[in-house]
Design a protein around this ligand. Structure first.
Ligand SMILES: O=C(O)CCC(=O)C(=O)O
Length: 258
């Protein structure tokens, strides 16, 4: 899938981009069914970050590394089409998978995902990592679509936000001049998706619908990104040396410049 230069320029200028019609209805059906199977089955090798009733669960019912549980999840998480988009947006020499995560917002007592950057959570020295955010159905502000602050990725890495008891990211000194009012709401049709830079401020509405908001997000990073030595569930126990490139079989190189 060759992106128009206008999409690449938009991503680099604003820190996020919407790309339409990436997955076909048949692919969405296949992916959606596999995701349901993974989310509704216990005792797997993926990691569920909180259980029903927990405070984090009200923000996100999250499972990390669904691709290790299900062949069809692996098919999409490792999909070359998606990694090729990340390659074009970043211009990196190569793109590796960091991890996938299912991000469901459950109906009922649903909380918004507060304004935050992703990069502070990742054990990476250089910035450049990004996420593909792939809804399995139409999303709007009623059922949990995303918002982004254009250009906020240029502010660099700020303090990580607690997603349950959030600090106000707009009150940070480094956020001076960035206003929540400049945020852009991005409703999406099924099959379309967004990519966002790990430094871009983003937010997702609470889910006020009757059904789970079902999203699969894929985190990619430029090949050569170095380990910053911080603890993270994906890198703990791998014996990575601080300052060494983050490389292991669980971080496959999915796309590279030809
Ligand atoms: O889906 C959400 O509610 C938040 C997603 C998010 O923060 C991310 O993908 O980085």
């Amino acid at each position: 899938m060759q992106l128009p230069q206008s999409k690449i320029d938009f991503y680099r200028e604003h820190g996020f981009v919407q790309i339409d019609n990436v997955l076909s209805p048949a692919e969405l059906d296949e992916l959606g069914q596999a995701l349901e199977e993974v989310m509704l089955t216990d005792a797997q090798s993926s990691i569920q970050t909180d259980r029903a009733g927990g405070n984090y669960y009200k923000v996100l019912n999250q499972r990390v590394n669904t691709w290790r549980d299900h062949g069809i999840m692996a098919k999409y998480v490792l999909h070359e089409r998606l990694a090729q988009i990340a390659l074009q947006l970043t211009g990196a020499p190569g793109i590796r998978l960091f991890h996938d995560h299912a991000l469901w917002k459950m109906p009922g007592d649903s909380k918004a995902t507060p304004w935050h950057q992703d990069f502070p959570y990742w054990p990476m020295h250089e910035s450049g990592a990004l996420s593909a955010w792939i809804p399995l159905h139409d999303v709007d502000e009623h059922n949990g679509c995303m918002m982004f602050v254009p250009g906020s990725h240029k502010r660099g890495k700020l303090t990580g936000i607690d997603l349950v008891n959030p600090q106000d990211i707009f009150a940070f000194e480094e956020s001076a001049g960035l206003a929540q009012q400049s945020a852009v709401k991005v409703p999406l049709k099924a099959g379309s998706l967004t990519f966002h830079n790990g430094l871009c401020f983003h937010y997702a509405h609470a889910n006020q619908s009757e059904k789970p908001r079902r999203v699969l997000a894929l985190i990619y990073y430029p090949d050569g990104t170095r380990f910053n030595g911080k603890s993270h569930v994906m890198t703990d126990g791998l014996g990575l040396q601080e300052g060494a490139p983050i490389k292991a079989g669980i971080f496959p190189l999915l796309a590279r410049q030809s």
